[in-house]
Design a binder for this molecule. Structure first.
Ligand SMILES: NC(=O)C1=CN([C@@H]2O[C@H](COP(=O)(O)OP(=O)(O)OC[C@H]3O[C@@H](n4cnc5c(N)ncnc54)[C@H](OP(=O)(O)O)[C@@H]3O)[C@@H](O)[C@H]2O)[C@@H](O)CC1
Ligand SMILES: Nc1ncnc2c1ncn2[C@@H]1O[C@H](COP(=O)(O)OP(=O)(O)O)[C@@H](O)[C@H]1O
Length: 304
């Protein structure tokens, strides 16, 4: 078997069932209503990829978020709202390319009414995503958590200082290509030193960073490093990353510490993939099929 630790410094902690069992998620306590279970806003989607945000929103709901809203391009908004009756949809203006037109950003009131924002899934324009994120980071009425994914990672570099200074509980979920954009270098440099890259990104952005792949590395700005080897190749499919971002958003919204939220999200996503591979086959399960096995994966987390 190939050594999944190749190129990974030995101080990386293995993220496995034993770690998960020893580090349970905080459970909602006392009088619990849907607002206290965590409110997530998913900002993303485009005319070309209108359904990716559906995966993110449903993943957040399946992870236990009490309230989920989607802010997406106007041509997709109504259909999404009908397809997912459990969410509210905010319709945003769309540019000629079919991307969110990020003129005024998301209104402060919308941000103030959520505990975590997931930004970027299924957007293609790094420029529009960058403007959106910039406006959010300037908004002083909002103090929630932030998950940055997909095109929003491609456009995040100009906002590194703003994100770090703001001390927002934040999680970045790049694959190798998106990590190259974050660190403003080429993908070969990332592949040659994945550990150095994930640590550098976590420090530069002041955010927990998940470098996704066959084995995923998770680094905190404090230097802590974890490695997850429990995924399977079936997870390498369109929309799989959108599901991971939604899980992470829901955990941040329930007031998990961002490192804990990222670690649990990576583990739950991998465990959902394992369950799909077992039930359907190692290749060919769909990203949307991960969704319904998130709750049983959470329930079984403490079992052998
Ligand atoms: N398209 C779809 O079917 C679906 C898309 N969805 C949504 O759209 C989002 C974008 O997906 P995507 O497929 O458009 O772009 P993605 O591959 O993330 O590339 C982005 C950039 O990274 C680069 N890059 C990537 N991997 C690399 C590597 N290993 N090493 C080096 N570079 C690498 C890549 O370079 P390129 O491959 O173009 O050379 C490009 O510059 C996705 O996150 C999801 O939210 C889903 O909702 C539904 C199905
Ligand atoms: N060979 C693999 N084995 C296990 N997991 C993988 C493998 N390749 C990719 N993954 C996982 O699948 C997900 C793919 O995410 P991403 O590339 O962002 O997909 P998309 O952008 O289409 O949603 C990540 O969580 C990644 O860690």
């Amino acid at each position: 078997m190939a050594d999944a630790f190749a190129g990974v410094t030995p101080e990386a902690t293995r993220l496995d069932q034993a770690w998960i069992r020893a580090n349970p998620l905080p459970q909602p306590e006392g009088e619990v209503d849907k607002n206290s279970r965590g409110r997530v806003l998913v900002v993303g989607g485009s005319v070309q990829v209108p359904g990716g945000v559906r995966l993110t929103a449903e993943a957040a709901l399946r992870t236990g978020a009490g309230k989920v809203r989607i802010a997406t391009v106007q041509p997709a908004a109504l259909a999404l709202g009908v397809a997912i009756p459990e969410v509210a949809v905010l319709s945003l203006p769309c540019d000629v390319q079919g991307e969110i037109e990020a003129g005024d950003g998301i209104e402060g009131e919308q941000l103030a009414r959520c505990d975590a924002v997931v930004v970027g899934p299924a957007m293609a324009s790094a420029e529009q995503a960058s403007r959106l994120v910039g406006a959010m980071l300037e908004d002083t009425r909002w103090s929630g958590g932030l998950v940055v994914d997909a095109a929003a990672l491609m456009g995040l570099a100009p906002h590194a200082d703003a994100l770090r200074r703001r001390s927002t509980p934040a999680i970045l979920t790049p694959h190798v290509g998106e990590m190259a954009a974050l660190l403003e270098c080429d993908a070969e440099a990332i592949a040659g030193d994945r550990t150095g890259a994930v640590r550098e990104a976590a420090q530069r952005y002041g955010a927990v960073t998940v470098l996704k792949g066959g084995s995923s590395l998770i680094a905190a700005p404090t230097g802590e490093l974890f490695v997850f080897e429990g995924g399977n190749v079936g997870l390498a499919t369109g929309g799989s990353g959108d599901v991971l971002a939604g899980i992470a958003g829901a955990l941040l919204a329930r007031a998990c510490d961002p490192l804990m939220a990222a670690l649990w999200a990576v583990w739950l996503h991998g465990e959902a993939g394992r369950r799909c591979a077992e039930a359907i086959g190692p290749l060919g399960f769909l990203a949307r099929e991960l969704l319904s096995v998130i709750p049983p994966a959470m329930r079984s987390a403490g079992e052998d």
